[in-house]
Design a protein around this ligand. Structure first.
Ligand code: PMP
Length: 403
């Protein structure tokens, strides 16, 4: 049982907000799906890594560099433990975008890839750029990837299935184990885009039975510029490097170069040392709060917001009622940008509310929904009932302005 579980149900304490300097001043930040605010411990880890501890990794013979190398590899082990993987299966990348580009480019058996209508552009464009044949799986009426349709579509020509674990627009969660079973049945691999899942639920790649898993640190209360690619050891082993440079080599001559084994093979150049240290701190922080508690906390806020929006006759809600931490909606007769602007007005009686308005890097999904944009509120571990109340008050004010 979570240490936050009390008689009133699972509620993370509002005092957690005090650890986030970015939330000072009572800001109602409802854009965590775009990027999460950072706790002080992550900021402190950044300052330490950039200051007192700073040195390069993997090269120095002096103690500071050796220590930094140990810390860098300890962070890799921490990421691995966080998602139930082996340490040498974790490749540090700039983020989910780079991770998917890496796989789309280097996976040796480029055939057909099955994507879904709800994918983020970063799980569409890399496959296009790398020359894959793309098929698109439809969605169910409530905005989940339709795995019955996937089952009917998959053929032995498919070598990859790449789906979002949680949709960044609809909050819908994939039945990953079934997706893995369907992919494997035709001999394809399953890549999961875990950007919106890892900050919201405990992830165990072995239980999911996927083959690749990617995420970005900045959505997990960590810094920008760092993320992770997990791939099964035998798959990474069979993949050629996708960028050349320092660190990723075994031996270089002008006649030819041999490469280091994974994961080093995929980490050309001086890595994002500072960001890696801060990601380690972010994972420690998130796990100290508890993914189970965060999931339950966000689920309660999603229910609260969806019920309030359901009760209005001028709001269209997208996605399933049990969405993970993310609520997309449309307010009749009001463009999401206008709503977002009014919500952010200074000196309102509900405070300033930050939501996302736009296509959320999911233009094919917008087309499917028949809209050019949605308004999206997304929660984090620091979100509270007063954030929901402020958003609802702001929607009411917008309604009065627009009539
Ligand atoms: N996939 C999903 C589901 C996302 O939400 C995002 C970020 N909005 C990305 C991929 C891309 O992540 P990044 O820009 O950090 O590489």
């Amino acid at each position: 049982m979570s240490r936050w579980e009390g008689e009133g149900g699972l509620v993370l304490p509002a005092a957690l907000r005090d650890q986030f300097p970015g939330l000072a001043g009572g800001w109602h930040y409802l854009d965590t799906a775009a990027t999460a605010q950072k706790p002080q411990c992550v900021i402190d880890a950044t300052v330490r890594a950039m200051g007192a501890d700073y040195a390069t990794v993997h090269r120095g013979v002096y103690a500071r560099s050796a220590n930094m190398t140990v810390a860098y590899e300890a962070a890799r082990a921490r990421v691995a433990a966080f998602i139930g993987a082996q340490t040498e299966e974790i490749v540090f990348v700039r983020g989910a975008t780079e991770a998917i580009n890496l796989v789309a480019h280097s996976f040796p058996n480029k055939g057909r890839v099955l994507l879904s209508v709800l994918e983020h552009h970063s799980n569409i464009v890399p496959w296009q750029l790398a020359g894959w044949q793309i098929d698109v799986c439809p969605l169910t009426a409530d905005g989940c990837i339709d795995l019955d349709a996937a089952e009917a579509m998959l053929t032995p020509e498919h070598t990859m299935v790449a789906f979002a674990h949680v949709s960044n627009v609809l909050g819908s969660t994939l039945d990953a184990a079934r997706a893995a079973e369907l992919a494997h049945r035709v001999g394809a691999k399953l890549l999961l885009d875990g950007c919106q899942a890892v900050p919201r639920m405990a992830v165990d790649v072995a239980a999911l039975d996927c083959d690749f898993y990617v995420f970005s640190g900045h959505k997990l209360y960590g810094p920008t510029g760092i993320g992770a690619l997990w791939g099964r050891a035998d798959l990474l082993e069979a993949m050629p490097p996708w960028q050349g440079g320092g660190s990723m080599i075994d031996k270089v001559t002008f006649a030819g170069t041999t490469y280091a084994p994974p994961p080093t093979r995929f980490e050309a150049g001086t890595p994002a040392i500072i960001e890696v240290m801060a990601l380690h701190a972010a994972i420690d922080f998130t796990e100290s709060v508890g993914l189970g508690a965060i999931h339950a906390h966000e689920a309660r806020l999603v229910t609260q917001l969806r019920e309030a929006l359901h009760s209005r006759n001028d709001v269209t809600l997208f996605g399933p009622d049990e969405a993970a931490g993310i609520v997309s909606f449309a307010l009749e007769g009001v463009h999401p940008h206008d709503l977002g602007t009014i919500l952010d007005e200074p000196n309102s009686d509900f405070g300033r509310v930050a939501i996302r308005a736009g296509h959320h890097c999911a233009q094919p999904l917008m087309e499917h929904l028949g809209v050019s944009a949605t308004a999206r509120a997304s929660f984090g571990l620091y979100s509270q009932d007063d954030d929901v109340a402020a958003l609802l008050a702001g929607i009411e004010r917008t309604r009065r302005i627009f009539g």
